[in-house]
Every structure is written in structure tokens, then in C-alpha cells.
Design a binder for this molecule. Structure first.
Ligand code: NAP
Length: 296
């Protein structure tokens, strides 16, 4: 229920209509209140804010003026928001992007919960990560959170595969002065067939296979045969669910993780920051699964 005291949370992006965040955050807020008595209710609503790049500074000043408590950030503002913040966490600095902003005394603080989101399903496997090798497909924004996550786990080797030598080199160099010690090896796609044989963790961070191009997949079927049976195959894409990439992995006995849990867990980490209390991750997960027509 919206009252005279309702506090605002939201997501900024452009476009933002596709965002599933309002659905999952409002479901969590409602569930938290269902567990509380009348005196302790939390009075928040989470809204989508479509903000054009040229309006970002004005919009954030407006957020301060109207007392917005915190917000998520999606494309195209994840880097552009940084100069507007008073504080940026080490992890957001390492990733080079902010996806969550919260209020502090002197203004706004930014962090990046994508790394937490990416790591959450991996941490359920009790692996000795220091012995493991990661192969990451793509070198865009999401790949940065994945590399930071792999570095945090302490993987023995982190290989990044991309299409453009220049972009790969720039990607590698960008970690040199990072607050997180990251040592990656870069490769063109031609190298993938030899790389894949040693991958313990194979992560797709490209949009290949994402709706509506659901018949596409980033790794040739024949190449998949070289993947070791116990490997984890992780696709950051969550629509469709499963992707072709995930289906291929499952058919070959690999452990498959789709992008939905990362989405849920990055959102849960953000909501905990804003509300300063634990949040019902199961409700957030269920709201998205129901919305996407997925059965448990
Ligand atoms: P991005 O910054 O645009 O990066 C995309 C990367 O994929 C780039 O390295 C790009 O290569 C590469 N790529 C694009 N098309 C390709 C193709 N046909 N073949 C080979 N490589 C290709 O995008 P992003 O923000 O990293 O997002 C990537 C994907 O991750 C999207 O599907 C997004 O939905 C998903 N994602 C999921 C979550 C989650 O919570 N589950 C979070 C973030 C992102 P070039 O650099 O050569 O163009």
C-alpha cells in the first residue's frame, strides 16, 4: 500500500521497460511486510525510471531532492553514474561499473552487486577453486563482473575469449591498476577448441543465444565434446531459460547454471543494502520464475 510516508527505490536505465527488477523487489517488500506486525512495516516502493543519457545528472539531483533512498542502474548508465557519486566501493571500481546506489550522509555511494550475484551459485559447490581454470566468453561489461568474481574465488587461470584483439588488449590492461589483483590471459575465438579441454568453469557473457535469437549458441557442438564431464557451464543469459548453450552442457553431463540466479542474487544484495535487513531471496526467485513461466 502506498502511504504518505512511502519511500522510493527504483531502477534507472534507458530503455527500462524490460527490467524485471520492479517485479522482484516489490514482491520481496510485500513478503517482508507479510511477516511483520503493523508497527514494524517497511514502507517502500520500487519503480522503473526511464532516464535518457543526457538527463542523468538532472535526474540524480532530482532523486536527492525528492528523497529517493537508493536505486539500481542498468544500461546505459553503469559507468556514467560514477562521477555523480561521493563514494565508489573497491569492487565497483575494479569492475568499472556501478549497478547499485544507496544514500549516505554526504550524497550517494555506489557499489556493484553483480559480482556477488555471479558468485552465489558457484559458492554452493565446495570446490578447491585455486586448482581450477575459468574460460570466459566475451569481454564486455558483464565479463568484467565475471573476471572480478573469478579473481575473488582465486582461480588458478582465467582465460578471456573475444572477437577483437584491440578490445581484448584494452580489457586486459584495464585490470593492471585495479584494486583487485587480476591476472588474465586473452584469446581470440580460434583458440577456443584447445582452451575448452582444460576449462573447469566455462562462462558465456556474450548475448549469443539471448531472446529472440534463441537458436544461436556461442560454442560449436563438436567443440563441446571436448569439455570435461564435471565442468560447470554458466550462461549469464536468463531468457530463454534454458538457452541452447545450457541445453548442450546438460546433454554432455556438465553442471549447468543459468543467469536467473545471478539476477536474483544481485537484486537481493542490493535490497539488503537499502533496507539494512535480510531479504526473502526465495520470494524474489519465485516471482521471476513465475513471471517467466518456469516450473520448479
Ligand atoms: P556488452 O557489454 O555489450 O558485451 C557483450 C560481449 O559479447 C562483448 O565482448 C561482445 O564482443 C561479445 N559479443 C556480442 N555478440 C557476439 C557474437 N555474435 N559473437 C561473439 N561475441 C559477441 O554486454 P553485457 O552487458 O556484458 O551483457 C552480456 C550478456 O550478459 C547479455 O546477454 C546480458 O543479458 C547478460 N547479463 C546477465 C546478467 C545477469 O544478472 N544474469 C547481468 C549482466 C549481463 P565485442 O566486444 O567484440 O563486441
Amino acid at each position: 500500500m502506498i502511504t504518505g510516508k512511502t519511500k522510493l527505490l527504483g531502477v534507472i536505465g534507458y530503455p527500462v521497460e524490460h527490467s524485471l527488477s520492479p517485479l522482484m523487489h516489490n514482491a520481496a517488500i510485500k513478503a517482508i511486510n507479510n511477516q511483520k506486525n503493523q508497527q514494524n512495516l517497511i514502507d517502500y516502493v520500487y519503480l522503473p525510471f526511464p532516464i535518457k543519457p543526457e538527463d542523468l545528472t538532472t535526474a540524480i539531483a532530482g532523486f536527492s531532492a525528492i528523497g529517493v533512498q537508493g536505486f539500481s542502474i542498468t544500461i546505459p548508465h553503469k559507468q556514467a553514474i560514477i562521477p555523480l557519486l561521493s563514494e565508489v566501493s573497491d569492487i565497483a571500481e575494479a569492475v568499472g561499473a556501478v549497478n547499485t546506489v544507496y544514500k549516505i550522509d554526504k550524497g550517494w555511494a555506489g557499489t556493484n552487486t553483480d559480482v556477488t550475484g555471479f558468485l552465489a551459485p558457484l559458492k554452493t559447490y565446495n570446490w578447491d577453486w585455486h586448482q581450477k581454470v575459468a574460460v570466459i566468453l566475451g569481454n564486455g561489461g558483464a565479463a568484467r563482473a565475471v573476471v572480478a568474481g573469478c579473481a575473488e574465488l582465486g582461480l588458478a587461470e582465467i582465460h578471456v575469449v573475444g572477437r577483437s584483439e584491440d578490445k581484448l588488449r584494452a580489457f586486459q590492461q584495464s585490470w593492471l591498476n585495479s584494486p583487485l589483483p587480476v591476472n588474465i590471459t586473452i584469446h581470440k575465438w580460434d583458440n577456443l577448441s584447445s582452451l575448452i579441454t582444460k576449462a573447469d568453469l566455462l562462462v558465456n557473457t556474450t548475448p549469443v543465444g539471448m531472446y529472440p535469437n534463441i537458436q544461436e549458441y556461442p560454442v560449436d557442438e563438436a567443440m563441446f565434446d571436448n569439455l570435461s564431464r564435471g565442468a560447470i557451464v554458466y550462461d549469464l543469459i536468463y531468457i530463454p531459460n534454458p538457452t541452447k548453450f545450457i541445453q548442450q552442457a546438460q546433454e554432455r553431463g556438465a553442471i549447468a547454471i543459468d543467469g536467473l540466479e545471478m539476477l536474483v542474487q544481485q537484486g537481493a544484495a542490493a535490497l539488503e543494502l537499502w533496507l539494512k535487513e535480510s531479504v526473502p531471496v526465495d520470494v524474489m526467485r519465485r516471482s521471476l520464475r513465475e513471471h517467466l513461466g518456469l516450473t520448479d
